[in-house]
Design a protein around this ligand. Structure first.
Ligand SMILES: C[S@@+](CC[C@H](N)C(=O)[O-])C[C@H]1O[C@@H](n2cnc3c(N)ncnc32)[C@H](O)[C@@H]1O
Length: 160
């Protein structure tokens, strides 16, 4: 499958996810709906792991259909083979973001960058310059690096 058709497929799956979240009643506001529709979760989750009877099996762009269906399903994604790191279920993220209900111009400090996806949703809503995200895990946030140059990456990230 070509990169272009993967992007088309990702966009279609993102629209489906928005539809599910809206019909589930957890994404009522226009601002968050636009953020989920436009922020590419697959950029922030280049690999996730699923449990097989014998191991944690990596799912990534080498099997694009399965990877994108997983990334845009309403499910928690394990993102490290030791199962210590995950990307939160989108519907739970939606509930938290709607409850946060920020106003334009608010500045946000996110504790726990993880994949950077939730930080990217915050950046979409409030602007990159109004979001700082920190994570206790050492090393650079590779997903934010990977997404660098695109919109919706926090102005500052710090990893302990
Ligand atoms: C479930 S993940 C966060 C999900 C993330 N917001 C996303 O969009 O994928 C939790 C993150 O919080 C970080 N964390 C846990 N305790 C922390 C602390 N006391 N200070 C900063 N980061 C912390 C972990 O290293 C992990 O990356």
């Amino acid at each position: 499958m070509s990169a272009a058709s993967d992007e088309d497929r990702a966009e279609k799956l993102r629209r489906q996810l928005v539809g599910e979240l809206v019909s589930g009643g957890v994404l009522p506001s226009d601002g968050w709906r636009a953020a989920v529709a436009e922020v590419p979760r697959h950029v922030f989750v280049p690999t996730f792991y699923r449990q097989t009877p014998s191991e944690q099996e990596a799912v990534d762009a080498s099997s694009p259909g399965e990877w994108l269906e997983g990334v845009y399903g309403d499910q928690l994604l394990v993102v490290s083979p030791d199962v210590k790191s995950s990307s939160t279920v989108p519907s739970l993220m939606a509930v938290m973001l709607e409850a946060l209900d920020p106003a334009d111009g608010h500045r946000i400090l996110e504790i726990g960058t993880g994949t950077g996806y939730n930080a990217a949703l915050l950046c979409h809503r409030l602007g990159d310059g109004n979001v700082v995200s920190v994570d206790i895990a050492g090393g650079p946030c590779r997903c934010c690096e990977r997404a660098s140059g695109r919109a919706w990456v926090p102005s500052s990230t710090w990893r302990g």
